[in-house]
Design a protein around this ligand. Structure first.
Ligand SMILES: [Zn+2]
Length: 165
């Protein structure tokens, strides 16, 4: 694939003009957009984002690109590679913290369910029942639906469910 001479626009199109003339505050955002395509998948990381050197032949091109960036940013102190590495690190770290947060939430929800099997079952029955009642009321016609009526029927249904034990 031919490298885009001036990178990519926020929408992923090839930029037609150099960003040199834009104001500094814009260029940092543009820089992030230029690298944001690396946010989602490891396999896309085949070329150096700064100099476009090809690493696709390497068994782990993702790692090879990071090592290359590290070398040129810290040993060679090349500004373009320094900028690329900082931006990509920001993107990667933000993604990691998002994933960690999601995993923690999932884990604590699973833990809660394991500790509270009855409450958990009741909660899922309740939300499924609520959905059914809501669909039914909306099916009857818009005049029939109200949050109050929905909750009233829901409470009745759940009282029956509780009495079944
Ligand atoms: Zn490079």
């Amino acid at each position: 694939m031919q490298p885009a001479p001036y990178g990519y626009t926020a929408t992923g199109r090839i930029r037609q003009k150099s960003l040199k003339n834009s104001i500094p505050s814009e260029s940092s955002v543009a820089g992030e957009n230029q690298y944001s395509k690396f946010r989602n998948t490891r396999t896309k990381f085949l070329n150096c984002p700064a100099c476009n050197k090809d690493f696709s032949h390497r068994p782990d091109s993702y790692r090879a690109v990071w090592q290359h960036l590290l070398h040129f940013a810290t040993v060679a102190k090349e500004p373009k590679h320094q900028e690329a590495r900082e931006t990509l690190k920001d993107i990667r770290d933000r993604k990691l913290s998002e994933e960690l947060k999601k995993a923690r939430e999932k884990w604590s929800a699973a833990k809660w369910r394991a500790r509270n099997p009855e409450k958990s079952q009741r909660a899922s029955v309740k939300s499924a029942t609520k959905l059914k009642i809501e669909r039914y009321l909306r099916w009857l016609g818009s005049g029939e639906f109200s949050e109050e009526l929905l909750n009233k029927i829901l409470e009745e249904k759940m009282a029956k469910w509780d009495a079944m034990d």
